[in-house]
Ligand binder design. Structure first.
Ligand code: ARG
Length: 419
């Protein structure tokens, strides 16, 4: 052992790993987050090995008991993670062997860290995708309820951020709802490709043990084992897809954020964001800043960045597993955390939004927002649309000269202005 830094693969080495290299190549500081999935995968693997007769029932029982204890220790914060043991997989396996002796060394039969880590990430991402789907639904539900409450609230609709035609606030909110419906579908679709079992691929070439991958898949609730072992251990396209779906979601959330920031300004004054979602200024006493939408708008940057990191990480990698793939975790974890945080903040905030109905209505009366309706009215009275457009255009020009908007230009003050 004196010549080795690592009991799991030290056999063929004649000098210890350089201390810096050991730290440089270790992933335990961040992949320990996968401990639950790592244990879950190992439990299924041990059960399967027992089912096919590679392990005895007594060995399996000892392994499951040991893994159960390790899980409790980790959750109580009593587990000692070691950088010398590189990653979450070898830390847990070493602890198991320390606990139950030589039987612990049998767990890795017919398995490699390559198929193990791919399995862990898929289990993790499947769980997180389910949480994200729940949170997305909660936000959609909030939007739906707000849209129902505001179904009759008139506001100006915009194109080019110029007043276009009147719409209702409910109508506007349902546009956000539709965007999120497509995001929801994207995550559901992505989940199908996450939910495939890599275990059994071993390092890259499969294994000579009589394993039963279908049984392992069933135990872990994967829809099927992977079709090709080289692909199973190497590709991270499912994580890239997840980051792509997250990027589109965040892009949509930046659009909502931008509108909320505008609407909360003194200039628009369309909505009141509840105080608990805003912060003040240390110098300007009057300030109430829309921090939550601003921050969500800003956080899109890191998610887009993570998508690009993963695409670049995967690009040009020869088959099969390469150490490059260890770099998949931090961008993925941060994407998950960011998406969950943004969704939670929005799902909590949206139902508490207060529309300033009068201000919105007032704004809809400005900017000649009913000009198209007036033209359509003239068409119904028999005027050709192009002529109607021209006539209304002239009326708008007249209104601008007179400082009067169409909405205020009722017959009464029209005749009184002529008198
Ligand atoms: N820590 C590694 C990762 O995150 C686990 C797989 C390493 N496999 C290997 N043969 N070095 O990808």
């Amino acid at each position: 052992m004196s010549n080795k830094t690592n009991q799991q693969w030290g056999g063929r080495f004649s000098e210890p790993t350089d201390a810096f290299v050991a730290r440089f190549t270790a992933s335990v500081d961040f992949d320990k987050r996968l401990y639950k999935q790592d244990i879950q995968g190992s439990v299924a693997h041990a059960r399967m090995l027992t089912q096919v007769g590679v392990l005895t029932q007594e060995e399996c029982d000892a392994i499951l008991r040991g893994l159960g204890e390790i899980r409790v220790e980790i959750e109580r914060g009593e587990f000692e993670w070691s950088v010398a043991l590189e990653d979450v997989h070898m830390n847990i396996e070493a602890a198991l062997t320390h606990k139950i002796g030589v039987i612990g060394k049998k767990l890795h039969t017919g398995r490699s860290r390559n198929d193990q880590v791919a399995t862990d990430i898929r289990l993790y991402l499947r769980d997180e995708t389910d949480l994200i789907l729940d949170e997305l639904s909660r936000l959609q539900q909030g939007l739906l309820e707000l849209a129902e409450r505001e179904a009759d609230t008139i506001m100006p609709g915009f194109t080019h951020l110029q007043t276009a035609q009147p719409v209702t606030f409910g109508h506007h909110l349902m546009a956000w709802f539709e965007m999120l419906s497509r995001d929801y579908e994207r995550f559901v679709d992505c989940r199908k490709r996450i939910n495939i079992l890599p275990l059994g691929a071993a390092a890259l070439a499969g294994t000579t043990y009589p394993i039963d991958r279908h049984y392992t898949a069933e135990l872990l609730k994967f829809s099927a084992p992977a079709g090709n072992s080289l692909d199973a251990v190497s590709d991270r396209d499912f994580a890239i897809e997840f980051c792509a779906a997250s990027s589109v979601l965040l892009m949509h959330m930046t659009r909502m954020s931008e509108e909320l920031v505008l609407w909360a300004s003194a200039q628009f004054n369309f909505v009141d964001l509840p105080d608990r979602f805003c912060t003040g200024s240390s110098i300007m006493p009057q300030k109430k800043n829309p921090d939550v939408p601003e921050l969500v708008r800003g956080k899109s940057g890191r998610v887009y960045g993570h998508l690009f990191s993963l695409l670049t990480l995967m690009k040009s990698q020869p088959l099969a597993y390469n150490k490059d793939n260890q770099e998949d975790k931090e961008p993925l974890f941060d994407t998950v955390d960011t998406v969950k945080g943004c969704l939670r903040a929005f799902a909590d905030m949206v139902p508490a939004l207060q529309a300033r109905k009068e201000v919105m209505r007032e704004a809809a009366l400005r900017g000649f927002s009913t000009a198209t309706d007036l033209a359509d009215y003239l068409v119904r009275k028999g005027v050709a649309f192009r002529d109607a457009h021209e006539v209304v255009g002239l009326s708008v020009a007249y209104g601008i000269r007179m400082g009067k908007d169409l909405g205020r230009w009722n017959c009464l003050n029209y005749s009184s202005s002529r008198a």
